[in-house]
Design a protein around this ligand. Structure first.
Ligand code: KG4
Ligand code: ZN
Length: 360
């Protein structure tokens, strides 16, 4: 079985091809991504109208390029999968409608994939060979931490589509907090990688920033207070509050403080959720999981707990179509196809997840 995945939910246009080999393992044939970051950077964030126009211009070339790289004809694709949400409606429509049109023209099935499910399952793509050899189910039961631009979620995964939501961001997600603080400091969009880089040169102890909801007895997150704390701190550090007047070392210390505050909360809540679920594996996904210090802190916490940490490589953590093709393939394996009438949904629930937060 060969699956084409298409991703166009935000500012990345991406196409990937996956093949299930005779042993039952999924193998990535190619993954092509065209980023719009330079386009949106000049506005300090994503402009939805520009994003959808750009997706529509780039997607046909990317589909051709993916087929060329995999040496594959469109007739050899068995399933077409595309992100159906969450995301920007007009951006989602481009990839979703393209996949439907290809499915219609080739008379093959279509799978509408939840973008968050794509992130959630992405760490397991790299383990398909060993999973298939051991006969384990896909996905393996685990605790998932999704830290993308718009979402911070802790999910207890019992099986495909069996997602128990333990906690989520009540206001800003971790990625959003990085991007908003970066905007205040007039750092380029997206802010996470910029703050991460500067934090490497800073002293995380200099500014004590809040760790919201850390000691509340639930698995939820809140990062909007962090943004406010930086907003009030700035005028105390420069007379005008202009971030360009900050000394380089002060800027680095501030970034290190922000990164440490976000990471402390993510690691603490993940640790508590591991305790609660008794899960033996923690899989982390989404753009914020590129964060070097977060990777290290999670590795240390998991080593102490005797829990296996599964992290996708960086190219699979930020938005990509390999994760959409993989989720599409897992659904196609159990013939869980979508109707061609399925609409995009800018704000869907993660399939099967409970809507109320848990208390340990
Ligand atoms: O998963 P993703 O590519 O897109 C969404 O689905 O939202 O995540 C993008 C987010 C942005 O907020 C970006 O600032 C953040 O991931 N990010 C990082 C790093 N690289 C990307 N945050 C912290 N440290 C990084 N190294
Ligand atoms: Zn994403």
């Amino acid at each position: 079985m060969r699956v084409m995945g298409i991703e166009s939910s935000c500012d990345e246009t991406a196409v990937a091809l996956l093949e299930e080999n005779p042993s039952g393992a999924a193998r990535l044939l190619c993954s092509v991504i065209s980023t719009q970051i330079p386009l949106h950077r000049q506005y300090g964030g994503v402009i939805p109208e520009l994003a959808s126009r750009n997706h529509s211009g780039r997607l046909p070339q990317l589909i051709r390029e993916a087929l060329r790289q995999a040496d594959c004809a469109i007739e050899q694709i068995d399933v077409f999968a595309a992100t159906g949400g969450p995301g920007l409606v007009a951006a989602l429509l481009v990839g979703h409608t393209a996949a439907k049109a290809l499915a219609l023209a080739t008379k093959k099935p279509f799978v509408s994939v939840n973008h968050l499910e794509g992130h959630l399952l992405s760490p397991f793509l790299q383990r398909e060979e060993s999973r298939a050899a051991s006969g384990a189910p896909a996905p393996e039961p685990h605790l998932g931490l999704i830290v993308s631009g718009g979402h911070s979620l802790l999910v207890h995964v019992h099986g495909l589509g069996q997602y128990e939501l333990l906690g989520r961001s009540r206001d800003d997600a971790a990625g959003e907090a990085y991007d908003k603080v970066a905007k205040m400091l007039d750092l380029p969009y997206p802010g996470g990688p910029e703050i991460d880089k500067l934090a490497e040169l800073g002293d995380a102890e200099r500014f004590k920033l809040p760790r919201p909801m850390m000691h509340e007895h639930n698995f939820n997150f809140s990062f909007s207070g962090l943004k406010t704390a930086v907003l009030y701190l700035l005028p105390k550090l420069t007379p005008t509050g202009n971030p360009h007047e900050l000394k380089k070392q002060t800027l680095c210390d501030l970034c290190a403080g922000v990164r440490a505050a976000i990471n402390d909360v993510l690691v603490f809540k993940s640790s508590r959720a591991l305790e609660h679920t008794k899960a033996s594996k923690l899989a982390v996904s989404g753009g914020v999981s590129c964060n070097s210090a977060l990777r290290q802190a999670l590795a240390d916490m998991c080593a102490k707990r005797g829990v296996e940490l599964i992290l996708p490589p960086n190219e699979l953590t930020t938005d990509n179509a390999a994760m959409i093709a993989y989720a599409g393939l897992l659904h196609a394996r159990v013939r869980d196809y979508s109707e061609l009438t399925t609409p995009v949904d800018p704000n869907p629930l993660l399939a099967g997840h409970a809507t109320r937060g848990h208390t340990p």
